[in-house]
Each structure stands twice: as structure tokens, then as C-alpha cells.
Design a protein around this ligand. Structure first.
Ligand code: NAG
Ligand code: NAG
Ligand code: NAG
Length: 437
């Protein structure tokens, strides 16, 4: 019968042409997977088609409003410590807890002094009126306490050291009801995905929908953004002495000055040696050096004439390793006028890096810290998807197998291309959902 002989032939031809079309058109085809023209950047990492995109979840953005409870159980202040983005993370979490407890929120305490030796409070960094307005319907926020409560210091409930699961309603609500005004520092270990939807939505809105920089800070940041040559890539490179000391990794080939700075920052944390050091490194625990970063950039076909903004402090070591290859690197200290810059503190400088990084054409992080998580989330919120976390693990595993040169570049390209396409490595917190595109 004719159909029997024609059908398979037709199917075969159809399948073959479909295969060819896929192979030829897909950016992951064998023909284009070798980065072609390095300088034109024609097939750089950003040209890879994303199969998974992170977007704000619908239950948060388009939620049916559930009326706030008429009765407030008391006032909660969230006390935040550490760097700017760590404080922000804990603050957002605290908003979720306050909602969970049907409490009224007081403006948080941003206790930066211990870390930055300064006193930048919440209102020095974020626009308070905007925050209050954006939280309308999610949680009640007050600037001032009623006089009878304002007289006393809040009763302190510190959850920050608690490990494992515990219930905020069980362990914090009694103090709130008793004292009517408490301060809390949320526990990092707590799983936020177990909060009821209202509380989660309040957390998400607080973190990503309600925080913008103060007008003065935003003006300064916009000025900086304006001064950066376009288009540009913002690079958060973490290779400071404290970071390296903390990582307990050893690096051969460092300059005497870097070695000295690391030793000074080390404290009790001695670096791993021998087999333990190799295992540690292979698990991706070691920060990438500027050298390694430049190498991976080349593997990703990021042209060496790309404008790069270094979103980092002034303590970066061995930065020549990057600058000798990527020659258009700019920093904020070079772009902002001297006096302005000198008057700025850690928090405000961190706010500038944050602002530039959520507005850049692309963002690359060499680590997975609080700033990187916050920036990646805000970029997803704004629909900017050229965000990439370099894989320390892939680099360590491949080099431990003895790969180098072109072979190493090709393997790094494949590893990162896969991560980028699948939205991996930038796993966003509970407020974002992955959409298959
Ligand atoms: C918060 O209020 C809602 C109703 O508005 C109620 O169902 C819930 O049990 C309250 N939670 C607490 C901890 O008071
Ligand atoms: C912290 O600030 C105080 C007062 O401004 C100053 O005396 C001190 O030297 C500073 N400490 C450091 C480590 O910068
Ligand atoms: C970076 O690479 C240069 C040239 O290959 C080398 O001299 C230097 O020691 C390297 N630095 C680090 C920190 O590996």
C-alpha cells in the first residue's frame, strides 16, 4: 500500500528538516555554541535564549485584597543589622512577621554602626512616605507611636540566633500582646514559604514594591548612572581581604600586599590545606579572582571592550587581573566628584552600587551574597533578565580536571549557557515564580 511507504518517508524528511531547523536556528546548536566573534559579541552569553524566566508571582502582584484585621495586636519595630542589603532582607522578613501577627509596623531600626561605623538609618536611605503609601492594604505602618506607647523602649524579642523551625505566633505573639510594643530581629533559618499568603504578600511588597531610595540619594545615583558610558555591564566582584579570609581558600600568585591584607583579616579562620582545600574549592566555596573573572568573561564571549562598572568597594585586590584584559572599567570613585564622594558612608555607597546595578544593561555577580540576591530580584521585578551568577563551582571542577586554555573556555561556555537558559544559579526567593517561555 502506498500510504505505508510514503508516510515513513514523509515523516523521515519532515523530522530531518525539523531537526535541521532546530539545529540551525537554536542558539544552542553545535554550530553556534562555539563563541564565534569575540569582539563583535554577536553570540555572547546574553544572546542565549532563556527557557525559564523569573517573574513576580501573581498571588502577590494581582492578589485579591484581604482586608486587614481591624484590631491590631500591638506595635512591632524590626531591628536590622549588617550591610545595607542584609538589613533590607531582614526588614522585609520582619514585615511578613508583623502581618502574620496582625501588628502595626513602626519604622525599622537600621543599625549600621557595627558594620560601617556610621549611623545611616532607614530614613536616610529609603523614602519613608513612599514606603507607607505602597504598603497600603498590606499592613498598617505608622511614623509616630501613640504617646502612651512612645514613652517606653520596645520589649526586645531576638529570634536571629534561633535554629530550625519555630512558630512566630506561638513564640512572639504572647510578648506582643503583653508589652504592646516589641522589637524583633527575624531568624534567617525560618522558612517563609510556610507563612500564610497575606504575610508572604506583605513581605514581597515591602521588599520589591515599596522601597525606593530617598530623593537626594536617588539624584546622586542617577548622576552616577548618567556618567557611566553606555551600554554597560555592572560587575559585582567580590575579592576583598575579608571575603578571601572568610572563605578559607588559598590562592597562589597573589601579590605580597594582598597576602598581607588577607592575613590581617584572617583572625581564627585558618585556610584549608591539602585534600580538604581541594574538596572545599571543588564545592565552589572559593571567591573568583579578577583574573578568573576575566577568563570566564572571555569564555562567555563578552567583548573585551565592554563598558564595565565595578559595583564594589575600594578594597578590591588584584584588580589588574581584570583591567589588563577588560580595559573599559569604571568605578564610582573615579566618576563622582571628590568632595561628594568623601562625604559618603558605606550605606550610601552601597545604595549607589545597588541603584546602578538595577538599571544596567546587564549584571554579573561573582558571588551569591545579599546584594546579588537583592539586585537579581529587582532586575526580575523590572523585567531586566540579563543577570548572571558566575559559577565558582564549574570553574573549580573543570580546572581540577586539568582543563585549560580553549578547552576550559568551551566547557565554561557550555556550563554558563545552560545555567542562563534555565534561569539557574539565580534562584529567586519566594516572591518570584519561574515561567517557562
Ligand atoms: C489576624 O486577623 C485575622 C482576621 O482578620 C484572624 O483570622 C487571625 O487569626 C489573626 N491572627 C492573629 C495572630 O491575631
Ligand atoms: C568610628 O567612628 C568614630 C567616631 O566618628 C571614630 O573615632 C573611629 O575612629 C571610627 N572607627 C573606625 C574603625 O573607623
Ligand atoms: C593573574 O594572571 C597573571 C598573568 O597570567 C599572573 O601573573 C598573576 O599571578 C595572576 N594573579 C592571580 C591572583 O592569580
Amino acid at each position: 500500500m502506498i500510504t505505508v511507504s510514503v508516510k515513513p518517508l514523509f515523516t523521515a524528511i519532515f523530522t530531518l528538516s525539523l531537526f535541521l531547523a532546530i539545529v540551525l536556528l537554536s542558539p544552542s546548536s553545535p554550530f553556534s555554541s562555539v563563541p564565534s566573534n569575540k569582539q563583535t559579541g554577536k553570540s555572547d552569553i546574553w544572546g542565549v535564549k532563556r527557557l525559564v524566566e523569573w517573574r513576580p508571582c501573581k498571588w502577590w502582584i494581582h492578589r485579591p485584597r484581604i482586608a486587614l484585621s481591624a484590631e491590631s495586636n500591638g506595635y512591632i519595630r524590626v531591628d536590622c543589622y549588617g550591610g545595607l542589603n542584609q538589613m533590607r532582607r531582614d526588614f522585609c522578613d520582619g514585615v511578613g512577621i508583623a502581618r502574620l501577627l496582625n501588628a502595626t509596623l513602626v519604622l525599622p531600626k537600621f543599625e549600621a554602626a557595627a558594620y560601617w561605623n556610621e549611623s545611616s538609618g532607614f530614613a536616610d536611605v529609603f523614602d519613608v512616605d513612599y514606603f507607607i503609601q505602597q504598603m497600603d492594604g498590606f499592613i498598617k505602618v505608622v511614623k509616630e507611636l501613640p504617646p502612651e506607647v512612645a514613652l517606653k523602649e520596645p520589649f526586645r524579642v531576638d529570634c536571629s540566633k534561633r535554629k530550625g523551625q519555630f512558630d512566630y505566633i506561638e513564640s512572639v505573639l504572647p510578648s506582643l500582646l503583653k508589652y504592646q510594643y516589641i522589637s524583633i530581629t527575624p531568624a534567617m533559618s525560618q522558612r517563609r514559604d510556610r507563612y500564610p499568603l497575606d504575610a508572604k504578600a506583605a513581605l514581597c511588597q515591602a521588599c520589591y514594591g515599596a522601597l525606593r531610595l530617598t530623593r537626594t540619594l536617588e539624584q546622586k545615583a542617577a548622576e552616577l548612572l548618567e556618567a557611566i558610558p553606555k551600554p554597560f555591564l555592572s560587575l559585582h566582584l567580590r575579592f576583598e581581604p575579608d571575603m578571601v579570609a572568610y572563605s578559607q581558600c588559598e590562592y597562589p600568585g597573589l601579590s605580597p600586599a594582598s597576602k598581607e591584607a588577607i592575613e590581617a583579616a584572617r583572625g581564627d579562620r585558618k585556610p584549608w590545606t591539602g585534600e580538604a582545600a581541594r574538596i572545599w574549592r571543588k564545592r565552589g566555596k572559593c571567591p573568583l579572582t579578577p583574573n578568573e573573572t576575566a577568563f570566564i568573561f572571555q569564555a562567555l564571549s563578552i567583548p573585551t571592550n565592554t563598558n564595565i562598572y565595578l559595583a564594589a568597594g575600594d578594597g578590591l585586590m588584584e584588580i589588574e587581573g581584570l583591567k589588563s584584559i577588560y580595559t573599559n572599567v569604571v568605578t564610582k570613585s573615579a566618576l563622582l566628584s571628590g568632595e561628594d564622594f568623601l562625604n559618603m558612608h558605606g550605606n550610601t555607597k552601597a545604595a549607589l552600587d545597588y541603584y546602578v546595578s538595577i538599571n544596567s544593561d546587564s549584571y554579573v555577580a561573582t558571588f551569591f551574597g545579599n546584594m546579588d540576591k537583592m539586585v537579581a530580584a529587582m532586575r526580575a521585578y523590572k523585567g531586566l533578565h540579563n543577570t548572571l551568577f558566575l559559577s565558582r563551582r564549574a570553574y573549580a571542577e573543570l580546572t581540577s580536571k586539568g582543563l585549560d586554555g580553549k578547552e576550559l573556555m568551551q566547557a565554561l561556555w557550555l556550563a554558563h549557557k545552560e545555567d542562563f537558559a534555565m534561569g539557574r544559579g539565580s534562584a529567586l526567593p519566594d516572591c518570584f515564580c519561574d515561567l517557562k517561555s
